[in-house]
Design a protein. Structure first.
Ligand code: COA
Length: 378
C-alpha cells in the first residue's frame, strides 16, 4: 500500500501525534476505574488501589467490579463457588479446543480458544466463563506443550491457588497470595487499549465472548501486555547492577525502547509498580532478592537516562516492570506472563463490556481522508 499522498495535510484538521494516539479523548463515562496520571493514583469503584491490593481476594474484586461493591463474606463465597464451577466447565470443554491449544504462541492459543467458546445469553455466566477459561485454556496449553495431561480443577480452592495448580506449579499460600495481589492490581485500568477494543465490540451489540476475543488481540501487543517477558530478557542481559547504565545506553543508542518504562497516562511512577514491588518483598520475606536488587538498579538507571532524553515526559517504571519480576518469583514461566495478565484483566473487560452495552450507542469515530480525490468525469 502506498502511504504517501499529494493531498494536503493542512489546517484546520491538522493531526498531532497526540490525536493519533487519542490522548485525552473522552469516549465513555465509567464508574469502574480512574487513572490519575499526574498524581499517580488508581481508583477502582471508589477504592484506592492500595486499599485493595494485598487486602482483598480476587473473588471479592470480581464482586466489586461486577456488582458495584465489595461483597459480604457470604456473597464472596458464592462468587468463589461459581468461579470454581466455571473452571470445571471450562476444563470439560478443553477437548473441543485442540486446534487452538496446538498453536505455538500461548496468547494465540488463548485468543483462538476463547473465540471458540459459545457466546451464551447471560452476561454474568459469560463473564464467569471467560475469567475461568482464561486460566484453564492457558494452563491447558502449557501442560500439552510439555506433553502432559491438563490437570482437573479443584473448585473449592481460590482461583489463584487453583490456577497455579492447573499449570502444575507450586501453589503454596504465599505464592497464591502473590498471584492474587497481582490480579487485583491489574484487573482494571481505565480505558487502556484492550479495554477500548472490548468496548468498541460491545458497542455494536455483539456478545461478550467476541468483545473479549478482540481485547486479547490488543493485549498481546508488545506495547501493551506483551512487555513483561522482554523486561526479563533485559534484566538477563544486564546481569549485574554495575552494568545497568551501559547496557541501557547501548539499547537507546540503537533506537530501542526500554521495556517496562513509560506510560501513556502516568507522568510519575505507576502506582501498580509500587504495590507489586511490595508484594515481591513479601514473597522474599522482607529481604530483597538479588533479582529485585538488579531490577531496582535497572529502574534507577533507566529513569535517569529517560529523564535526560525526554525531560518533559516523566517516563518512569510501569506495571510491566515489576510484573516481570513478581511473576518470575512466583514461578510462572516467562512465555506465560501475558496470558496470566489476561486472566486477571478479563475481569475488568467484562465489567466494561456490560457498562458499554448499557450506553446503547455504537462507537464510531471518524478518519480524515488523505487519499487522492475522485477523478471527476470517469
Ligand atoms: N524507552 C525509550 N523511549 C521511550 C520509552 C521507553 N520505554 N517510552 C517512550 N519513549 C520515547 C518514545 O520513543 C518517544 O520518543 P520520540 O518522540 O523521540 O519518538 C517519546 O518517548 C514519547 O513516547 P510516546 O510514544 O509518545 O509514548 P506513548 O504514550 O505513545 O507510549 C508506551 C507509551 C507505554 C507505549 C511507551 O512508553 C513504551 O513503548 N514503553 C515500553 C513498552 C512498555 O513497557 N509497555 C507497557 C505499558 S504498561
Amino acid at each position: 500500500m502506498n502511504s504517501s499522498s499529494s493531498h494536503p495535510r493542512g489546517e484546520p484538521n491538522r493531526r498531532t501525534p497526540q490525536s493519533y494516539g487519542l490522548d485525552d479523548v473522552i469516549v465513555a463515562d465509567t464508574e469502574l476505574s480512574d487513572v490519575d496520571g499526574r498524581s499517580g493514583r488508581l481508583t477502582i469503584r471508589g477504592h484506592a488501589l492500595h486499599e485493595l491490593s494485598g487486602q482483598v481476594s480476587f473473588e471479592a474484586l470480581l464482586g466489586l467490579l461486577w456488582d458495584g461493591r465489595l461483597p459480604e463474606p457470604r456473597a464472596e463465597r458464592e462468587i468463589a463457588r461459581a468461579l470454581g464451577q466455571a473452571r470445571m466447565a471450562a476444563h470439560a470443554e478443553l477437548w473441543r479446543l485442540t486446534p487452538a491449544l496446538a498453536l505455538d504462541d500461548p496468547m494465540d492459543a488463548l485468543r483462538a480458544g476463547v473465540a471458540a467458546l459459545p457466546p451464551g445469553a447471560d452476561e454474568r455466566a459469560a463473564a464467569l466463563q471467560l475469567v475461568a477459561s482464561a486460566a484453564v485454556i492457558s494452563a491447558g496449553w502449557w501442560r500439552l506443550r510439555g506433553r502432559e495431561r491438563p490437570i482437573a480443577p479443584a473448585p473449592d480452592v481460590s482461583h489463584a491457588a487453583d490456577t497455579l495448580r492447573l499449570f502444575g506449579l507450586a501453589n503454596d499460600a504465599l505464592r497464591a497470595r502473590a498471584l492474587e495481589t497481582y490480579w487485583v492490581t491489574v484487573a482494571d485500568h481505565g480505558l487502556n487499549a484492550s479495554t477500548f477494543a472490548a468496548r468498541v465490540v460491545a458497542s455494536t451489540d455483539s456478545d461478550t465472548v467476541s468483545a473479549v476475543t478482540a481485547a486479547l488481540g490488543a493485549l498481546k501487543g508488545r506495547l501493551h501486555g506483551g512487555a513483561p517477558g522482554p523486561v526479563l530478557t533485559l534484566l538477563d542481559s544486564v546481569e549485574s547492577p554495575a552494568r545497568a547504565r551501559g547496557v541501557l545506553e547501548g539499547l537507546l543508542a540503537r533506537g530501542e525502547r526500554i521495556m517496562g518504562m513509560g506510560h501513556r497516562v502516568y507522568r510519575v511512577r505507576d502506582p501498580r509498580a509500587d504495590v507489586l514491588e511490595r508484594a515481591l518483598l513479601e514473597l522474599d520475606a522482607g529481604q530483597p532478592s538479588p533479582r529485585l536488587e538488579l531490577a531496582r538498579s535497572v529502574e534507577t538507571a533507566a529513569t535517569e537516562l529517560l529523564a535526560e532524553r525526554y525531560p518533559e515526559r516523566g517516563l518512569r517504571a510501569n506495571v510491566e516492570f515489576f510484573t516481570a519480576v513478581l511473576l518470575e518469583a512466583i514461578g510462572i514461566p516467562r512465555e506465560l506472563f501475558t496470558n496470566v495478565f489476561a486472566a486477571g484483566r478479563t475481569a475488568g473487560w467484562c465489567a466494561h463490556i456490560a457498562e458499554q452495552r448499557r450506553v446503547g450507542r455504537i462507537l464510531r469515530p471518524a478518519a480524515r481522508y488523505i487519499g487522492p480525490p475522485a477523478v471527476s468525469g470517469s
